[in-house]
Design a protein around this ligand. Structure first.
Ligand code: ARG
Length: 464
């Protein structure tokens, strides 16, 4: 069934038949690309200024166009923009149609030499650039909160894990900073992504460039882009910036998800190391006692969504022939959704960390003497025994303690001496978690000085 008359559409001149209703809906992108309205209007203002420089527009026409576009922006802003469901195909055509209604004939000159193929690239890049700046500052405040919480929790020791088995004591702050370190990497990578997002395709036409000598440098500068896209065929085909955003976001989400997983685990009754605040938890409709860390579970779940968007769009991209193809429209929704998801997840993570209750007593209670077995080995290393031997000796001690059903610190010195005569009274000093943690004072280690240095480095990074 067809009710939209194609000849009345913006591109309808060469059409005689109507467009099928479902095809119109299938083709339209306004339902999702309307969030790009501001970027689209700003792009058009710049375009109009460049046309003025070419004398395609008079001063008066330029003025009319700018005032009209500003009026359209106001309508979007105030929720008063009325979508024409019969003809508005995407944000570009909707804005141009409305401009025409507002200012008449002059609007018809605006699209001179311009294609939606370049326009959509401009809009997406401008919008994404702004959103990524917001995400960068949200990530910075997440890092700042991590540093603050790490500082106040400095004295708290907890079991450090490998294979999720108790391994060696660490500072809780050190654990928190391990996650912050991943996130700092994400921020550093983001700078590169932002640079490549900020490449301006305006002035490349549908595929072959601009025949009027439009000033591309002027337009890129006017819109705040860092560079001018160097090739017209590539520029209209280029969604690498979307792929990069999605892939960058996938890794960031993997990091947020791993942090979430740790916190979910640590907040169980079995661990009891932390408690997620009410503000970031929800209850059960059936079990009255339940308080669930839904915030963190959603973050963990949404990581999969973002990773799916990255591989999904890459699959859409891989077989495309040269320059623009409509398949590229499939980049818009995942980009918008991914950015919204990431932005929410970063902010929620910050809230969870900011309000987290840290149970240092529970962490301390989970420390067991066997986690100091490596320190016993190191004790003998300091007495000149090769590490491979000391490892074996410490292992024997653990086994002996297990057999005697006591902790390794409770084994009498005489028993230790039967395993190695080098053990002396001072072995008792080894059974001290604080000492163990403080001994790891090389940079990146668990000692307070090392942890404070990590905090300082993150604080410094956040400031700049
Ligand atoms: N909505 C389209 C997109 O996102 C805009 C470009 C349309 N270009 C075209 N030649 N039909 O890709």
């Amino acid at each position: 069934m067809a009710s939209n008359s194609a000849p009345t559409l913006l591109w309808g001149g060469r059409f005689s038949g109507a467009i099928d209703d479902l095809m119109f809906q299938f083709n339209e992108s306004l339902s999702f690309d309307k969030v790009l309205y501001k970027a689209d209007l700003h792009g058009s203002i710049t375009w109009a200024k460049a046309l003025r420089k070419l004398n395609v527009l008079s001063d008066e026409e330029l003025e009319q166009i700018i005032t009209g576009l500003q009026q359209v922006e106001k309508e979007w802003e105030e929720g008063k923009f009325v979508i024409d469901t019969k003809s508005d195909e995407d944000i570009h055509t909707a804005n141009e149609r409305r401009l025409g209604e507002l200012i008449g004939d002059a609007a018809g000159k605006l699209h001179t030499g311009r294609s939606r193929n370049e326009q959509v690239g401009v809009d997406m890049r401008l919008w994404a650039g702004e959103q990524l700046t917001d995400i960068a500052s949200a990530l910075k405040s997440l890092l700042a909160v991590s540093a603050t919480r790490a500082k106040e929790a400095l004295p708290i020791l907890m079991p450090g894990y490998t294979h999720l088995q108790r391994a060696q004591p660490v500072r809780f702050s050190h654990w928190l900073l391990s996650h912050a370190t991943f996130l700092k990497g994400d921020l550093q990578r983001l700078e590169g992504v932002q640079e490549r997002v900020s490449s301006c395709p305006l002035g490349v036409g549908a595929l072959a460039g601009n025949p009027f000598g439009i000033d591309r440098d002027f337009m890129a500068k006017d819109l705040g882009f860092h560079s001018v896209h160097p090739n017209s065929l590539c520029a209209v085909a280029d969604r690498d910036f979307v792929v990069e955003i999605l892939q960058w976001a996938s890794l960031l989400m993997a990091h947020l998800s791993r942090l979430a997983e740790d916190l979910i685990l640590f907040s169980t009754a079995e661990f009891g190391f932390v408690q997620v605040a009410d503000a970031y938890s929800t209850g059960s409709s059936l079990m009255p006692q339940k308080k669930n860390p839904d915030s963190l579970e959603l973050i963990r779940g949404k990581a999969g969504r973002v990773m799916g968007q990255a591989s999904g769009f890459l699959a859409s991209l891989k077989g495309l022939p040269t320059s623009y193809n409509k398949d590229l429209q499939e980049s818009v929704e995942p980009m918008i959704d991914c950015i919204k998801t990431v932005s929410n997840c970063v902010r929620i993570t910050q809230g969870v960390l900011d309000t987290l209750t840290i149970h240092g007593d529970k962490m301390k209670a989970a420390l067991t003497d066997d986690m100091l077995a490596t320190d016993i080995a190191d004790y003998l290393v300091r007495k000149g025994v090769p590490f491979r031997k000391t490892h074996h000796i410490a292992g024997e001690i653990v086994r002996k303690a297990e057999e005697s059903k006591v902790s390794i610190s409770a084994l009498p010195l005489a028993d230790l001496k039967t395993i190695s005569p080098l053990f002396e009274d001072d072995i008792s000093q080894v059974f001290d978690f604080e000492r163990s943690v403080e001994q790891r004072s090389s940079s990146g280690g668990t000692s307070s000085s090392s942890v404070l240095a990590q905090i300082a480095a993150i604080e410094e990074y956040v400031k700049n």
